[in-house]
Design a protein around this ligand. Structure first.
Ligand SMILES: Nc1ccn([C@@H]2O[C@H](COP(=O)(O)OP(=O)(O)OP(=O)(O)O)[C@@H](O)[C@H]2O)c(=O)n1
Ligand SMILES: O=C(CO)[C@H](O)[C@H](O)COP(=O)(O)O
Length: 459
């Protein structure tokens, strides 16, 4: 076998030799590397005449259509409230300097605890109103108050308004809308209509229908020159504030600003019904499942299994990086494995000598990082079991230690699974076993269900 001649540090290139770069299938994940615009720090957008940019996220609703007692912005996906995902999407964009989140008065404490727990840094809270437009007005007032000497905020040139329940917003569309608003005064994202819009007569019959190709669905984000939209809201009638559903319309009606319409991607839909929460969860899980890091020592059988696992996962569309335990000494090394976003899935191939040692080290390392704050991190502790008497024989009862490790890790939002792979010298059989192991890993990565954490699974 060729592999045992190589040093630990060569394992990456060993695996990489057979590796062909594959396009990343992650249009649904949060940051899109190809579309990330160039930006400069602190509130100024490159190439845009440097406007100061802030955002208002209305989150003051009760989510009646969702049909659950918790307002949808506080419903959780993978244990984290939806609102935190949307805030995270905005905090990733460094040129958005302030984020005002508008929540119902009775949810201020809850929102403060969310900000604290998930480490949100640039958020200021405002109290919501009885209708969405009133909540937005409350957020705008908070930014306008920046002119008072006691305010920590500043009045922006451009304000982005975005529903707190639309978590999949990328930097490129924020930039397009902000740039368009800077130029035209107002801008909003539109999508083609899926269904035709019709009007019903008083007796419930068709009155007329709109030509579908001519009309668009108005989505979010929208952006505005701050002074103009603030004045529009201040002048709006009670009727408009209580029953209006379109900020762009207020800008047109009260500040004579016809909004520039910007075609947007399909992921900007608003979580409105329960099924939308399931769809959002699937998209988030899909995004988290793309990257896998494989940690393995350089030992003949171990390398062979590592190589087969790597190839199988890759064939199923995962981007896999193989590294040696010596490369897992600090978190930034791990986080820089994949260029554009962090990896949340780790496979640690143990040997008899180290038993759970490598997996335990990984739990400590990952647990000391910020990685598991936002999402559960999955760690697979793979154990190779050879025939009794062979150097890789592991006593099954020793492997029961997986439960203790998992228990400790769970507290840090790291889910540990044990996976036993029976070694055999018959190449074909080993391939089949590793394929089954890869299938188990992929299913758990995709489903991200914590129930099986702490279990010893046999490939
Ligand atoms: N008084 C309100 C009502 C709504 N919103 C926010 O506006 C966004 C879009 O509104 P919508 O989807 O209608 O939310 P809800 O009003 O909560 O939902 P529903 O109409 O089903 O009650 C949401 O982020 C919601 O929290 C708000 O800030 N203040
Ligand atoms: O799409 C939108 C802007 O154009 C808004 O999200 C929408 O109007 C909110 O309305 P509602 O609160 O009634 O769902």
């Amino acid at each position: 076998m060729l592999f045992h001649l190589l040093e630990d540090s060569e394992i990456c290139s060993l695996i990489a030799v057979r590796r062909r770069r594959r396009c990343q299938n992650s249009a649904t994940f949060f940051s899109h590397p190809m579309s990330s615009p160039k930006h400069v720090g602190s509130g100024k957008v490159a190439g845009m005449g440097k406007p100061q940019v802030a955002a208002v996220l209305p989150a003051g609703g009760s989510g009646e259509r969702m049909g659950v007692s918790t307002p949808k912005q506080f419903c959780t996906i993978l244990g984290r409230p939806l609102i935190s995902y949307t805030i995270q999407a905005f905090e990733r964009v460094r040129w958005i300097k302030e984020i005002v989140v508008v929540v119902p008065a009775e949810k201020i404490d809850l929102m403060q605890s969310i900000i604290h727990k998930y480490g949100h840094k640039r958020v200021t809270l405002a109290e919501g109103g009885t209708a969405r437009h009133r909540s937005i007005l409350s957020g705008l007032k908070m930014l306008a108050q920046s002119e008072s000497p006691v305010s920590k905020l500043w009045k922006p040139d451009v304000v982005i308004i975005h529903d707190a329940v639309r978590p999949f917003v990328e930097e490129d569309i924020l930039l397009k809308v902000t740039a368009a608003a800077n130029e035209h005064g107002a801008a909003g994202v539109v999508r083609p209509l899926i269904s035709t819009v019709i009007a019903s007569s008083e007796v419930g019959c068709l009155d007329y229908s709109l030509e579908r190709a001519k009309h668009r669905a108005s989505e979010m984000p929208q952006a505005f020159q701050f002074d103009a939209i603030f004045q529009a809201y201040l002048q709006s009638s009670d009727y408009d504030l209580d029953y209006g559903t379109e900020c762009l319309q207020l800008a047109l009606k009260y500040s004579s600003m016809p909004a520039k319409l910007v075609d947007g991607p399909p992921d900007l839909w608003k979580v409105t019904y329960s099924r939308d929460l399931y769809a959002a969860e699937s998209l988030i899980k899909d995004g988290l499942s793309q990257y896998v890091c494989l940690i393995t020592v350089m030992k003949e059988d171990v390398v062979q299994v590592g190589f087969l696992l790597h190839e199988t996962l890759k064939t199923h569309g995962k981007q896999v990086k193989g590294i040696s335990p010596s490369m897992c000494e600090n978190v930034s090394q791990l986080q820089s494995l994949f260029k554009d976003k962090p990896c949340y899935n780790f496979i640690c191939i143990n040997t008899k000598e180290s038993s759970f040692e490598d997996a335990e080290k990984m739990v400590d390392l990952l647990g000391s990082s910020s990685l598991p704050i936002l999402y559960p991190v999955l760690l697979f502790s793979v154990h190779l079991v050879g025939p009794e008497g062979s150097s890789l024989y592991d006593k099954p009862q020793e492997l029961e230690g997986i439960r203790d490790l998992s228990h400790k890790a769970m507290k840090k939002n790291i889910w540990v699974y044990g996976l036993v792979i029976n070694l055999t010298k018959i190449e074909q059989q080993l391939q089949e076993t590793v394929c089954r192991g890869a299938a188990i890993i992929m299913a758990l990565i995709k489903d991200r269900c914590g129930t099986l954490a702490g279990q010893l699974l046999v490939a």
